[in-house]
Design a protein around this ligand. Structure first.
Ligand SMILES: [Zn+2]
Ligand SMILES: [Zn+2]
Length: 154
């Protein structure tokens, strides 16, 4: 969703809250990491506020997913909570518009979905495990060792 923050930038409001759901993630270009699928619409909430001289956006998003364990390949279900803060600056007010720490807003529109895409790429675990102590598969016969030992020589 692109949030119009014009009334914050011109000082008429000091805080804008938002809450919405991303129903169809493909249409919104929120692509899950490889081998992972989203199992429910993504819920998003947060706010943008005026912190005396600069603006900041806070986003919290809860993402239900299904993936597979990196060791035993069994399905893994979970909810990933993405939570972040970014500094927002209006276009034309920074010396260096390419500074990646800031989100430069043009025309008063802040694209929240795009921020979620960026943060998800950085934060989503690159390796999922069904449990921390997953024993994995036997490299010889392929048995899932969480279900018991196989008879292969060790
Ligand atoms: Zn596993
Ligand atoms: Zn074996």
């Amino acid at each position: 969703m692109a949030l119009n923050i014009t009334s914050l930038l011109n000082g008429r409001l000091h805080k804008i809250e938002f809450e919405y759901t991303i129903e169809n993630t493909e249409d919104n270009a929120i692509i899950p990491p490889s081998d992972v699928s989203f199992t429910a619409p993504i819920s998003v909430s947060g706010y943008v506020d005026d912190a005396e001289g600069y603006y900041q956006v806070y986003v919290r998003s809860s993402i239900d997913y299904r993936g597979s364990c990196a060791r035993c390949l069994e399905d893994v279900f979970g909810t990933f909570v993405l939570e972040f803060n970014r500094t927002v600056v209006p276009f034309g007010t920074l010396q260096n518009e390419l500074n990646e720490e800031y989100i430069v807003v043009k025309g008063g529109l802040l694209d929240i979905d795009r921020l979620i895409v960026e943060e998800l790429l950085l934060e989503f675990p690159s390796r999922l495990l069904c449990k921390e102590e997953c024993a994995g598969l036997c490299t010889v016969c392929g048995q899932n060792l969480n279900h018991g030992q196989c008879s292969c020589p060790k």
